[in-house]
Design a protein. Structure first.
Length: 217
């Protein structure tokens, strides 16, 4: 039975999971959840994720939410197919993947998400992007990217010379960020730029990016 993914292709967190499913060549059914009509805050969806957020993955009688936990499950369940995203066979490599998964979630995401929000969500709410919020978070993001630049000057990807979930988790927010006037923050760091060009051109993500049209006119 195909996995069921509840979400929306334009949503960053749904895209994170879809990128992982495509890397693993796993068959899945995308069940659209309409955020604009607040379908995710209605009882049927709340019974799947009590926090009322997409995405949700159903695999038979197992229901999961939190995109990074879902990708971890998919990468482990389908470890024999597609790209090895968790390096389970090597204790040190898998530990490094976990380290950089945490870095994305605890350091990169908190800096990049408010910037993406200001450029893409605020206008939908009839507000102009708040430059104070953008500037404060750009400074935070720049410091994180300085660490990435140093790391990526000694290995091709974040956890080593192999693509992993740690890199994949960066795709959705960075994709939208690169459409903002702040993209130079990535481009001016040569190793970060090369890494971004590499990971965003993977066929699995290119398929996902086709549906990431949030904010397009
Ligand atoms: N930490 C969660 C965040 C999920 C999340 O923020 N989902 C957004 C879409 S990308 C959402 O459902 N937003 C609507 C809302 O929060 O009401 C994850 O990684 O899955």
């Amino acid at each position: 039975m195909a996995l069921k993914l509840y979400g929306a292709p334009m949503s960053t967190c749904t895209s994170r999971v879809m990128a992982c499913l495509h890397e693993k060549a796993v068959d899945f059914e995308l069940i659209p959840v309409d955020l604009f009509t607040c379908e995710h805050k209605q009882p049927p969806f709340l019974s799947k994720n009590p926090f009322g957020q997409i995405p949700v993955l159903e695999d038979g009688d197992l229901t999961l939410f939190e995109s990074r936990a879902i990708t971890g499950y998919v990468a482990e369940k389908f470890k024999e197919t597609g790209c090895d995203l968790i390096r389970q066979q090597d204790l040190k490599e898998s530990a490094l993947v976990k380290v950089w998964i945490e870095v994305e979630s605890q350091r990169f995401h908190p800096a990049i998400a408010p910037i993406v929000y200001e450029y893409f969500v605020a206008p939908i709410q009839g507000k102009s992007p708040d430059q104070t919020i953008i500037d404060a978070n750009l400074e935070k993001l720049g410091k994180v990217l300085d660490v990435y630049e140093a790391k990526l000057s000694s290995s091709k990807y974040l956890a080593g010379d192999f693509y992993s979930l740690a890199d994949l988790h960066h795709l959705p927010y960075t994709y939208y960020f690169m459409k903002t006037p702040c993209a130079s923050v990535m481009d001016e760091r040569p190793h970060v730029k090369a890494w971004w060009e590499d990971i965003s051109s993977r066929p699995a993500f290119k398929k996902v990016a086709e549906g990431m049209n949030f904010g397009d006119k």
